[in-house]
Design a protein around this ligand. Structure first.
Ligand SMILES: Nc1ncnc2c1ncn2[C@@H]1O[C@H](COP(=O)(O)OP(=O)(O)OC[C@H]2O[C@@H]([n+]3cccc(C(=O)O)c3)[C@H](O)[C@@H]2O)[C@@H](O)[C@H]1O
Ligand SMILES: Nc1ncnc2c1ncn2[C@@H]1O[C@H](COP(=O)(O)OP(=O)(O)OP(=O)(O)O)[C@@H](O)[C@H]1O
Ligand SMILES: NC(=O)CC[C@H](N)C(=O)O
Length: 546
């Protein structure tokens, strides 16, 4: 039997486009001799559809796609994920299902049992778990068809779940497993995914055909990495990351296929770079925007965003605005200009000093007698935000936000100032990782002027200001932030692991008291297992560690 895995990029709610793409892939698979073509979890509607699932009309449209695909299942069977209405009143309204379409009709539907409800996942909000587990008979094979998380309770060791749908399906003695997934990207997830799937194969001694989404849905990125694992638990093929792909596998050849696990390079910076480029490109593409703009300061954060945007959208579609103030050093303007020239992006120089003085004159009678401080510093960031939004309106471009994860964590950014923008590109990349990413970008020759990478970070909002005046050194700060944000460790855990107690207290307090800022931030492209945004939910009004 020949099985085609179709690693595709669908678009949430774009039913016509999703159907058209699946019909094209089905035809291509058929021409390549496939007996079955497999599409990812919820491929009819896109993942995650979130509260669109609460609209009957949305589900009806998904059902139309299933009916159309069933008609195309002629001489080839189609496996595809789609929501199903729950016919009984009890429980949630929907199931998250794998459809097996063959001979022009729906042959079988297997619902998902384990409904991830953590981080960016919210499946139990909408779906009822399966209560029946059946295999599919097709040609001379018996197939276990499962949806993503159903393979993540291997050996019943996942404390989230009391049931194991894999065990239940195995009672029917299948010949192999087809797994349709929506497994999002984080820089360490591809390796984890392989381990979990291999553990299943080792346990059940069956080959697995695993297909994943590729592409971006707002902030959630999918790397693909669909794979085939033979009965011995060896990965005989893994599809490319960040691109659509169709490959056909013969079940007999898979049995004897060679292990390619060791050949796969998963360099963290390559993955983050490619994920962010894809994320920007698809955010713009799926919304119908072409052009981006950003404030280019001569610092490392905006430099990184400029490079990533130019690679995602083409340098002609990225406009950089240099807005020096009385506190900007000459080298900042020169470095920014040099970068824009290296990239081939249009740049404008809009000095803000005169506007700043106008504001100060305006405010002078009201601020008279008060010491200069944060209000005056933040005014500069806000003037820049205003100018950038004027460019955005005038030229129909989306403003890219340039805050990094360390700053977003501790509230080191000005509301309605440098925190403005429609998409946060590096909001899930710690400052220390920003330096690594900049060096990665320059590995084959200088793209980002070296001075931008080597000079000490500064907001340049007052004379000779350095980030280190008000923040601990980034390597120490980032280590503590990682332990708190990603690993959910307590202050005691972090201190026992070797961190300075005062730093821990200060950093964790800053993270918590600045929750209000993150509620007003653009969506953040997610590259780690815990990004600011939909997968990290905290109350603003809280007293914990603050
Ligand atoms: N819980 C809460 N809910 C809602 N609003 C709350 C609030 N707590 C304070 N606020 C309000 O927020 C205001 C303070 O926020 P905001 O005006 O943003 O200003 P603020 O956080 O006080 O200052 C911005 C910080 O970011 C630094 N910065 C600025 C610009 C660039 C960079 C950089 O290097 O990238 C760093 C700057 O040096 C300063 O430390 C207060 O005036 C208060 O009204
Ligand atoms: N002189 C400037 N010209 C243009 N944009 C600026 C300027 N200064 C700040 N910005 C914008 O505001 C953002 C915040 O920058 P700031 O210099 O305050 O600190 P930063 O977070 O270290 O960023 P960067 O490393 O990009 O300088 C910058 O990324 C940039 O988009
Ligand atoms: N859609 C899902 O069920 C995905 C959950 C799974 N643990 C993964 O990330 O691969």
């Amino acid at each position: 039997m020949n099985i085609a895995l179709a690693q595709i990029n669908v678009h949430v709610g774009n039913f016509d486009a999703n159907l058209k793409k699946m019909l094209e892939y089905t035809e291509r698979a058929k021409q390549q001799g496939a007996d079955i073509v497999v599409f990812p979890e919820l491929a009819t509607v896109g993942y995650p559809p979130r509260d669109f699932l609460e609209f009957d009309d949305f589900i009806d449209k998904a059902n139309v796609v299933i009916q159309e695909l069933a008609k195309a299942a002629d001489g080839i069977a189609i496996v595809v994920g789609s929501p199903t209405k729950n016919p009984v009143v009890e429980g949630k309204d929907l199931f998250n299902s794998a459809y097996f379409l063959a001979n022009g009709r729906i042959q079988q539907v297997q619902h998902k049992t384990l409904l991830p409800t953590y981080d960016i996942f919210d499946e139990y909000r909408y779906f009822e778990p399966a209560a029946e587990w059946n295999v599919v008979r097709y040609q001379d094979k018996t197939i276990a068809m499962i949806v993503c998380e159903d393979s993540w309770n291997v050996g019943n060791e996942n404390p989230l779940y009391k049931i194991n749908p894999m065990d239940l399906l195995m009672e029917h003695s299948p010949d192999f497993i087809i797994n349709i997934s929506a497994s999002p990207f984080s820089y360490d997830h591809a390796a984890e995914r392989v381990m979990v799937l291999q553990a299943n194969v080792d346990l059940y001694n069956l080959p697995m055909y695993y297909v994943n989404h590729v592409g971006a849905q707002t902030e959630v990125l999918f790397d693909g990495g669909s794979m085939v694992i033979n009965q011995q638990g060896e990965v005989v093929d893994e599809m490319p990351y960040f691109e659509e792909c169709l490959r056909v596998y013969n079940t007999e050849e898979v049995k004897n296929g060679d292990d390619m696990t060791g050949e796969r390079e998963r360099d963290k910076m390559t993955l983050i770079h490619d994920a962010l480029v894809m994320g920007i490109r698809q955010y713009f593409g799926k919304l119908g925007f072409k052009r981006a703009l950003l404030g280019l300061s001569g610092g490392i954060d905006s430099a990184l965003v400029a490079v990533l945007a130019a690679r995602a959208l083409g340098p002609d579609n990225v406009r950089c605005v240099l807005m020096p103030s009385q506190h900007s050093s000459d080298h900042s303007v020169n470095d920014a200009r040099q970068l824009a020239q290296n990239l081939g992006c249009q740049y404008d120089i809009v000095p803000i000093e005169s506007v700043y003085h106008s504001y100060m004159d305006l405010l002078q009678p009201h601020f008279f007698g008060y010491k200069e401080g944060l209000a005056e510093e933040n005014l500069q960031a806000r003037i820049r935000g205003m100018i950038l939004m004027a460019f955005s309106n005038k030229f129909g471009s989306i403003l890219l936000n340039t805050s990094n994860k360390s700053e977003m964590a501790v509230g080191y950014g000005t509301l309605y100032g440098d925190m403005c923008g429609g998409l946060s590109v590096i909001g899930d990349v710690y400052k220390t990782e920003c330096f690594e990413l900049a060096r990665f970008i320059n590995k084959d020759g200088e793209v980002i002027p070296d001075n931008i990478i080597t000079k000490p970070p500064s907001a340049e909002l007052r004379p000779d200001q350095l980030d280190s005046d008000s923040l601990p050194p980034y390597p120490e700060l980032d280590a503590v932030l990682y332990q708190y944000i990603e690993l959910h460790q307590s202050p005691q855990d972090i201190i026992e692991a070797g961190a300075d107690p005062l730093l821990v207290q200060k950093a964790l307090r800053l993270v918590n008291i600045n929750e209000f800022k993150r509620h007003q931030t653009a969506p953040v492209l997610r590259v780690s297992k815990k990004a600011f945004g939909m997968g990290r939910r905290f109350p603003i009004v809280a007293k914990y560690l603050s």
